[in-house]
Design a protein around this ligand. Sequence first.
Ligand code: FAD
Length: 285
Amino acid sequence: MSSSEGGKAAFPISLEFFPPKTEEGAAKLRKARRALYALKPEFCSVTYGAGGSTQQGTFDTVAEILEEGVPAASHLSCVGATRERVREELHMLKSIGVKRLVALRGDLPSGYGMGGEFQYASELVEFIRAETGDDFRIEVACYPEMHPQARSPQSDLQALAAKVRAGANSAITQYFFNPDAYFRFVDDARKAGIDVPIVPGIMPIANSTQLLRFSDSCGADIPRWIRLRLQAFGDDTASIRAFGLDVVTQLCERLRAGGAQCFHFYTMNQAKPIVEICRRIVLPG
Ligand code: FAD
């Protein structure tokens, strides 16, 4: 059975966008969103540049999504931020009808000192709960292949546990291409008493240079067999896309078969790969 009937994905999904930098980018994103809304996402989230660099673009995009009648989540990162700034942003987001946040530490661009009044995302979650009670549903990030700065997988799991204790409702994973890393991580989390949903973050493969560069810095492993094939395709984007659709569709199928209930897609502001993956996924049974 194919998963997509009448365009809608046959399992819950959420979609992540980044705020466009130009009017042309904003127009392209509107078009992509229109195509993706056919999948009936539970919510669409918009990333937030650490240090507040894309702050207005994030909030403008979130407001547009809400105006389009779709639940929107704003990412909010705390590195380099003051409590006063976060307080103002929370009240503004509440006033425009946002009910869901993705609460993060963030990574400051090189050249910025750490500064700020928050060290870890758990402190941000605690602050949001103290300021706004249960007004927001809070998602946090987690890392099946370990956050690159964590001391150990165990201490990274404890960092997730701290975010959940502080009031997070759900976690979204960094992307990965090895489903066993996800299954092991979920098992370990359950043993550690973390009982919130752990939603796999899914990255489509469309541009190999970008993916390889980004994965090195964010701690997502590109398995050798995928890396070598992508390198061998060179500039042949059609082959990269065809290969990427196969790999990511199979990943989603294995995750579903292993018990994953929903997916969070890193859209990279592109509709086609996600629509095609959701169309292709064959559900177990
Ligand atoms: P934290 O949970 O604070 O963890 C950061 C590091 O500190 C980890 O190594 C953790 O193990 C360690 N740690 C945490 N608590 C403790 C403690 N008490 N003692 C010792 N060590 C501790 N970045 C952006 O800038 N904008 C975005 O919009 C954005 N969206 C994202 C969405 C998702 C779904 C994901 C997975 C990541 C996103 N990121 C975003 C990237 C994220 O900001 C980085 O991965 C960042 O380096 C860590 O953020 P965090 O919220 O996981 O931090």
